[in-house]
Ligand binder design. Sequence first.
Ligand SMILES: [Zn+2]
Ligand SMILES: [Zn+2]
Length: 330
Amino acid sequence: MTSAFIKEELADVKKRCLQEIQGSEIIACHPVSVRIRMTRTEFKKLEACLQFSEGYPNTVIVVEIKSKTIPEKLCEGLARICDEEAKKILGQQQVMHMLKFIRQFIDDNPFTPCSNELTYIKKELVMEQDTFKTKQKAGVIIYTIKMSDYYFKVKLTVPDNYPEEPVIIEETGNNFPAIFVKMFKSQSEEIARQCVTPPLKKNPKDPPFQFKPSLQLVCKFLVTDCVRKYPVEICHLCNEKAFPKKPEHVVNEPMHGRHVEWMYCGHLFHHGCLDDYMTTPPFTGGKKCPKCGKRLYHNKWNVTPKLAEDRWAHHQARQRELEEVTDFLQ
Ligand SMILES: [Zn+2]
Ligand SMILES: [Zn+2]
């Protein structure tokens, strides 16, 4: 026997739902269950199934949340807080109240499509020395990644139609050498871009392009391949750390001996060490990285082996001249 109370409430839901709950669709609305689909974006889409329990409205309505895009754990958590919320309105009509509550939850939680990524980042990437803060409603993450005395602070914004659009990356403070900051920024932006943009040159054998979530990939790159990596790397010519121990000693003048050069093979050198190496024979076959053997290219030493030979010969001759002058003066 369906109570008159429930009948009246269902009629009310049919009348008000579509107008009052943005992006809602009624799938079912009868005494067995009320099923409403709610869509904010393609990835913030769920189905709420509400069932009247015995003794309703003096008992809580049972809420179940299903979604193909929102992680299961989050759906379960939302159902749990719905249960708490329903307790506040015992004795009253609960359906519309709960539907509004669920819609509000989607609106207030821009992180819903990336909650699994956030869990991974907090568990696997964030370390004790780091600071990791989230501004829930704005969908903003402020992450300060630290390594020895070096730090890199980044603001990551999760857009409303994430993951169709990539996470927005803004560097907001650091004490790394300038060329590294530039590289961290451009490469992380490129990673985010590639998550949502098909490659220009398509291999016909490749499966059709599908965008993928960018937040975790960007964080993993910044943490593992940038901030935690470079401050401990050595210069493969003098075998000392490439970065100064104290970040306040970082050199940003490109021709300074302790300026850190980052080569395309990924290895680091002091400018001074590399300059000696690049301008001293042998030049045949081009200069190779002493660590990995890859050819070293750098616009500061953009010379052919022949030109390097000539310069070397010239330098030697000049050196002899100077020595002769010194001899003469003695
Ligand atoms: Zn060195
Ligand atoms: Zn190398």
